[in-house]
Design a protein around this ligand. Structure first.
Ligand SMILES: [Zn+2]
Length: 590
């Protein structure tokens, strides 16, 4: 795909990075730059920085970084073409992309098409004679025709070739159907349908594309639910079921449930804000996804042990991302779908009552602690109060804390100040632990010891630091680049990653273009982590500290380190090899 540099430059100029990132992350000005809570990892103190001067961003916590295009690719999971298209539309620029122009983009579009056709096929099968049982099942569970259509629910027939034959008749290639994970190749290399005799739930992204399917068995197959595996358009851990509806529900909070049927029933009862994970425990990416649309979540998981464990984990993750959490407790251990069904016509009203009664998570945890220690013995009393203090120490809102302290002291007949002292003690411990953890994480990412992006940095720390500073100097002083390139070659750069960056920058300059994070990402074959690192190298440049003189010093360090490596290598060589080596040195001089 060839998009001209001029076009990209205009695109970036018309799409202010500060404006775009502000749509996702509240930013506070810090001098020339802006800081905010990183949307790519869970944190409480901001380490996400936007540099309007060179149109880039970098997170000191997780290492994510790049330009406005990288930002959108990471946060929206767009591919390159989609991002350019989005930004062009936003800026009112004309950008025509023909399908032939980008292979992977073309493949994605094809998978969307195949998924849509499959959804249509499954939906029709639900109303065909073979879908009778599945349709009956939905009816028995009180799902109306309107809801079935709203979700596009369907049925995958028992035949192992129903979908693949249908799609083949429509002109789709079997290989592509396999790529969409709607079929698989058997040992004798014949393609078979992946979903058979199952109730089908299309998973639709916020842009209306059918990206995958959830499927519930109508026979006794195990597991009861299966999903599309990861494909070029779908990653289980990055998506939620019914987010497309919840996003437009206009409601302040989301209801997070465990199952597809819960979401379907809740929607039918008027709760369009219900979403569900895709058969795995809630992931960090899903939490981040939720936090983009709402800061308040009502959690309602199954009341069995597994469900409660999952709920506890989900609550912690949501809270850590600054989301307000309330827990809806459904009486008699039912799940939302069962509850709505058994309540009949009054289901919606009764569920609304449950929401109103829903405890925020502090309350939920306190009542759980109380149940654990309810013998009335002194020992249990102490245990309960200690536990309660620990729970309250994680409560960020001081007013909320005050309310519970008052209530607890009355309830247990103890002095408020004793309880407050205990809470403060725990809070100090938490803070220490938290800071330690954040520091540890930061260290892990930034330390040369664990440098995954440039693993050779560990062995060549002095050289690598000089290389990074030199690269940064070149990018920030393009007029001095030719002078530097006369003095140092790519071969002199010791660490492999830095050499790749150096070569990329050099060739961009040779083409008469400006080396910046945009041109480097477009030209070099770098992944997102590497682009983040390059952004860091560029942005950590300090023009006051680095001038031509210091740049020469970096070059000297690089040469110095090269010599050391040669000496070291010579020491390790055999006598014959040394002779050979001296010969090559001689011929080099000629
Ligand atoms: Zn981050």
């Amino acid at each position: 795909m060839n998009i001209s540099e001029e076009f990209i430059a205009e695109l970036k100029e018309k799409n202010d990075i500060e404006e775009i990132i502000s749509d996702y992350v509240p930013l506070t000005r810090k001098g020339k730059n802006l800081m905010g809570i990183c949307p790519f990892h869970a944190e409480r103190t901001p380490s996400f920085c936007v540099y309007p001067a060179n149109g880039s961003f970098y997170c000191f916590g997780c290492g994510a970084g790049g330009d406005v295009i990288t930002f959108l690719r990471l946060i929206e999971h767009y591919d390159y073409i989609e991002t350019v298209k989005f930004l062009a539309e936003r800026a009112g620029m004309n950008f025509e992309v023909s399908e032939e122009e980008d292979e992977s983009h073309k493949k994605k579009l094809l998978i969307y098409k195949i998924n849509r056709e499959a959804a249509r096929f499954y939906h029709n099968c639900l109303f065909a004679p073979e879908g009778e049982e599945a349709l009956g099942y939905l009816k028995k569970r009180g799902i109306s025709l309107k809801t079935i259509k709203h979700f596009g629910l369907g049925y995958s027939p028992k035949s192992r070739f129903a979908l693949i034959n249908h799609l083949s008749k429509k002109g789709y290639n079997n290989e592509d159907v396999v790529l969409a994970n709607l079929a698989f190749k058997t040992r004798n290399l014949k393609e078979k349908d992946r979903f058979c005799n199952r109730l089908m739930f299309p998973i639709i992204d916020v842009r209306g594309n059918v990206i995958a399917f959830g499927a519930r068995t109508m026979g006794g197959d195990i597991p009861k639910y299966i999903n599309t595996s990861d494909t070029p358009v779908f990653k289980k851990s990055n998506n939620l079921f019914a987010l497309n509806f919840a996003k437009n529900s206009g409601m302040e909070s989301f209801i997070l449930t465990e199952g597809y049927m819960d979401v379907v029933s809740l929607n039918q009862a008027g709760f369009q804000n219900a979403v569900a994970g895709l058969g795995t425990a809630l992931t960090q990416n899903q939490v981040k996804l939720i936090s983009r649309y709402t800061d308040s979540v009502l959690v309602t998981y199954d009341s069995d042990e597994a469900g409660q464990k999952a709920a506890a984990k989900a609550i912690t993750m949501l809270k850590d991302s600054g989301i307000n959490v309330k827990v809806i407790t459904i009486p008699k251990g039912k799940d939302p779908d069962e509850f709505l069904r058994t309540q009949g016509k009054d289901g919606a009203v009764r569920f609304k009552n449950l929401i109103e009664k829903s405890e925020n998570d502090t309350e939920y945890r306190l009542s759980k602690a109380k149940k654990m220690y309810d013998s009335g013995s002194d020992e249990d009393k102490i245990n309960y109060l200690t536990n309660a203090a620990r729970i309250l120490s994680s409560c960020q809102n001081p007013i909320e804390r005050e309310v519970y302290v008052t209530r607890l002291s009355l309830e247990m007949g103890i002095n408020k100040s004793a309880l407050i002292m205990q809470i403060e003690k725990f809070m100090k411990q938490n803070l220490k632990k938290h800071k330690k953890q954040e520091f540890k994480n930061l260290e892990k990412i930034t330390s040369a010891l664990n440098d995954k992006i440039n693993p050779e940095k560990k062995e060549n720390l002095r050289a690598a630091v000089a290389e990074e500073s030199l690269i940064s100097y070149i990018i920030n002083n393009v007029d001095k680049a030719s002078d530097i390139f006369l003095r140092v070659n790519a071969d002199d750069i010791i660490t492999n990653f830095n050499r790749r960056v150096f070569e990329c920058v050099k060739s961009i300059i040779a083409e008469g273009k400006t080396p910046d994070i945009t041109s480097i990402s477009a030209k070099g074959d770098f992944n997102f982590e590497e682009i983040g690192r390059i952004t860091k190298i560029i942005c950590s440049y300090n023009s006051q500290l680095v001038n031509q003189k210091t740049a020469y010093e970096y070059i000297n360090i690089i040469f110095d380190e090269n010599k050391k490596i040669k000496v070291k290598n010579v020491n390790e060589l055999s006598e014959i090899k040394v002779k050979e080596y001296i010969e090559t040195l001689k011929s080099d001089k000629k």
